[in-house]
Design a protein around this ligand. Sequence first.
Ligand SMILES: Nc1ncnc2c1ncn2[C@@H]1O[C@H](COP(=O)(O)OP(=O)(O)O)[C@@H](O)[C@H]1O
Ligand SMILES: [Mg+2]
Length: 351
Amino acid sequence: MPTAQKIIDYLNSAVLVFDKNLQLLKINTAGEILFDDSARHLIGKNANNMFFSHSELISELHSAVNQGDSFVNRELTLNLPHKNITLNCCVTPINENNQLSCLLIELQEIDRHLRISKEQQLITQQNISKMLIRGVAHEIKNPLGGLRGAAQLLELELEDPNLKEYTKIIIEETDRITELMNKMLGSNKLPNKVTLNIHEPLERVRQLVQAELSNSINIRCDYDPSIPELNADKDQLIQAFLNILRNAAQAITGDQGEIIIRTRISQKMTIANIHHKLIAKIDIIDNGVGVKAELMQHIFYPMVTGKDDGTGLGLPISQSIINQYGGLIKFSSNEDQTTFSIFLPLGNTNG
Ligand SMILES: Nc1ncnc2c1ncn2[C@@H]1O[C@H](COP(=O)(O)OP(=O)(O)O)[C@@H](O)[C@H]1O
Ligand SMILES: [Mg+2]
């Protein structure tokens, strides 16, 4: 059985304990994440400093100390130096020998819950659409083999070479649809996982896209070399990154095109209800035309495309690969800049 402190560290709510002078005595891991600082730094700080200028909350804390009243403050907005967050705050004075011993504060981030359930919804939707697509693709693919074979037999029987044009079209079109269906079904190879540095597949993809590109697009790398290695199938990661980098290159129309590939370590992040201690964050940033407004909500669905010759399969394939590793792809876009962020957990999971 873990110690009480360990159990408190596993809680999703931030737990803070203040003494009667409103100086911080204890804080759990969720609290450290919320305040983006270590317990070592925070302990001893005064509530006035931690909750900044939130005068209403501060005066409620004083009255909790003086009158011993507990209270709940719902949908409180806190302006922390690095972010604004909405939370529910529950304050309980704890007495010992009829005297106030300390003040227990529980903070539950509302935004975070909303965000997590949205991400969960996104993943569920994607899984459903993946299953549907696989079903349809199988049904379409099955008769294609027969169709191609029959066209080949017919071709052999035809004496008039002009008529062979038609069988050629049937064969070529069948091959095109088969390839499309294979893409939709995804690879059925088992992943070949090896220990690798995230920059290996990224560099490969950069070289590939650079070779395809016109010289007017500059691809800049901003890598964090300290990112730990991860266990993954290199070809799968290449596929996932390539689809995104190609989209970035295709979105650039002018001659001042720039793509930045940026890697960073991100600490403590929850994806689909799983808490990860360490995450590699890969941003692919372009200064192209931006994602069309009408496509914003749908681009991760299969067959959604804004291009005349697009298949709409690049992003769903990337998302499904990254999901397999417990990760997630998000994006933000306007007419100046589009950023696709890939979050890949680096082991060490707290479920
Ligand atoms: N970096 C980007 N900038 C602008 N639009 C993008 C970008 N990435 C993706 N998109 C939009 O998302 C659509 C879907 O992308 P994808 O799934 O790769 O399919 P495809 O590239 O075949 O259209 C694209 O057609 C494009 O409209
Ligand atoms: Mg694409």
